[in-house]
Design a protein around this ligand. Sequence first.
Ligand code: ADP
Ligand code: MG
Length: 317
Amino acid sequence: MDEFELIHRYFSTGSVRRDDVTLGIGDDAAILQAPEGHELAVSVDSLVAGVHFPAGLAADSVGHRALAVNLSDLAAMGAQPAWALLALTLPENDERWLANFAHGFFALAQRFGVALVGGNLACGPLNVSVTVHGFIPAGQALSRKAARPGDHIFVTGYLGDAAAGLEELRAGVSAHDQDQCVRRFGFPEPRITAGLGLRGIASSMIDISDGLAADLSHMLEASRVGARIDLERLPLSPSLLKQHSREQAQALALSGGDDYELCFSVPPERLALLDTRKATLGCTVTPIGEIAVAGSLRVTRQDGSDWPLNRTGYKHF
Ligand code: ADP
Ligand code: MG
């Protein structure tokens, strides 16, 4: 099969149909209709084999993750996902790999009603680049830069699982292993429902791709504020605590990446509203600390002493 037959076979047919796609895969560009009164949220992320995931990771996991990490960025803005583009560079024409990749990608796309409207297919070292588009009612996007002193800080779900899972994958475990931490790395869940439900409640929001300490620090810098969080309040899963000591688990929760949970700030006067909406967010939310007037991120133990924060997340350069 040549490039065009592969696109037709694996990518044109599996896509969700949406009425707002005037022209999808097959022309020089897609023609799309954004709903009136909304702004477009647009984001792109590349996954490079050996950098963002172990080379040899199951193809359906690669397909799922490539879309999931991008949907997570839309979730962090409070956007409703709509369209995706996929630029795929493959070392060889391996149809079994492509079929599994497409299966992982489209299974997630279908759950969130995302239409694949175009892309590119090339030969080279394995690299998957996905662009996503989502809608936000004008003016309601949740940026990183509006956290204010006194706001309470929350995170969704559990932290540290994916980093623990990645260690296991590197040791040779399959992405289809039943272990919860391995699944959290292989098939992260974008917190779209939570992101949408937090519009009008959160003052600021960011998704946790590089570890809580690094990503929360980005939010603090953008908002020109500081923060203090309690080590003991970090949500740790039973699976993580089964494999690691509490201290190791806390270190993974702070500095391990790939969880794709959301971290957000809520002004005191909206805490009651958060309480009423909590049950509809599709995941747990845990209060972990407060925004401070200034300074960098502080993590304190129960006895009031500071946890030494020395890692600041993955840096490519
Ligand atoms: P062009 O040469 O005009 O850029 P291509 O030959 O690269 O177009 O692609 C043909 C059509 O197939 C385009 O509509 C493009 O968006 C789509 N396409 C190419 N690769 C993919 C892919 N991996 N997934 C989805 N659509 C794709
Ligand atoms: Mg063209």
